[in-house]
Design a protein around this ligand. Structure first.
Ligand SMILES: Cc1cc2nc3c(=O)[nH]c(=O)nc-3n(C[C@H](O)[C@H](O)[C@H](O)COP(=O)(O)O)c2cc1C
Length: 280
């Protein structure tokens, strides 16, 4: 709940906290009367009592409208996140290159990053669920011009009962999510690997899950794609096309598609990126 442009009340484990983003300070609220008063203030910024008066005088609460430069997204939470980063960026933007690097190194030395959460891999699945994809066939890509690709791209919402070859699925997954750049000497991203698309902090928090309906030589089902090993790991049976439409908020036109790729964010990994930012 927002109290002012940079102060919120939030609950963690049922305990109320006051978070001041600009000052990077967090307080546990132990006084119930103060909490009640702050909740009143959140509803009505003209609310005054003995609890919020001192906070107003100290500038923790203030009535002024958020700076329009920080009100970018028409969504208070996104604005808030933006502002938190803005403060961070302002704090480091005036540093020289050397000072910038020193701040980072000092932080790393004093508070080393917690171990990175491991990427889900085929080792997490039983051998009978692993499906080895054929090697990708990239030769055809060499014969198509980039201009042709740009001209051809468009959204499709109509599928005749349709089947895809395993080879095409393999090549597609490899190009978009696989170890495309992986070579023996490329250790820069270890324990991760470089994909054809960039990923913040090389954390690759977006993972691909495949719902296969009609792919030649592949049992229908839901699979996790392990890009490093180029294998599909079966997680369950495929939904019906009707169930799929429900999952797509009633968008029935996915009917008859031969497979779908669902991008899933690994939230634990995503928060590692925020941790990276905080390190600065
Ligand atoms: C993030 C994103 C989400 C989308 N979601 C849907 C969707 O739920 N249903 C749909 O029919 N099209 C969806 N689209 C496709 C867009 O509607 C489509 O790209 C747009 O109409 C422009 O058409 P074009 O891709 O042929 O240029 C989505 C596109 C993006 C980038």
């Amino acid at each position: 709940m927002f109290l002012s442009e940079d102060v919120v009340i939030y609950f963690r484990g049922g305990v109320p906290h006051l978070l001041h983003v600009s000052n990077k300070m967090e307080y546990e609220i132990t006084d119930v009367a103060l909490l009640e008063s702050l909740l009143q203030y959140a509803k009505d910024p003209l609310w005054r009592d003995e609890h919020c008066e001192p906070l107003l005088e100290a500038g923790v609460l203030h009535d002024k409208e958020p700076d329009s430069a920080l009100k970018c997204f028409d969504n208070p939470l996104t604005d808030f996140f933006h502002q938190a980063n803005q403060d961070l960026l302002l704090a480091i933007s005036n540093l020289s290159k050397k000072e910038f690097a020193q701040v980072y190194l000092d932080k790393q030395a004093s508070e080393p990053l917690p171990p990175l959460p491991p990427l889900l891999s085929m080792q997490d699945f039983t051998p009978d669920t692993i499906f080895h994809l054929p090697s990708p066939e990239l030769g055809q890509l060499d014969t198509v011009s980039f201009l042709h690709v740009l001209r051809s791209r468009h959204a499709v919402r109509e599928f005749t009962p349709h089947s895809t070859s395993l080879q095409d699925l393999s090549s597609l997954l490899f190009c978009v999510f696989g170890g495309f750049h992986r070579t023996e000497d490329e250790q820069e991203c270890a324990p991760f690997f470089r994909r054809t698309s960039a990923s913040a902090g090389a954390l690759q928090c977006v993972q691909a899950y495949i719902v296969a309906f009609s792919v030649q030589d592949l049992e229908a089902g839901v699979y996790y794609y392990d890009g490093l090993n180029h294998v599909l790991c079966k997680q369950g049976i495929a939904p019906s096309h009707t169930e799929l439409a429900k999952m797509l908020s009633g968008q029935f036109f996915a009917e008859n598609c031969s497979f779908g790729i669902f991008l899933v964010v690994d939230v634990q990994r995503f928060f590692m990126e925020i941790h990276h930012c905080e390190e600065l």
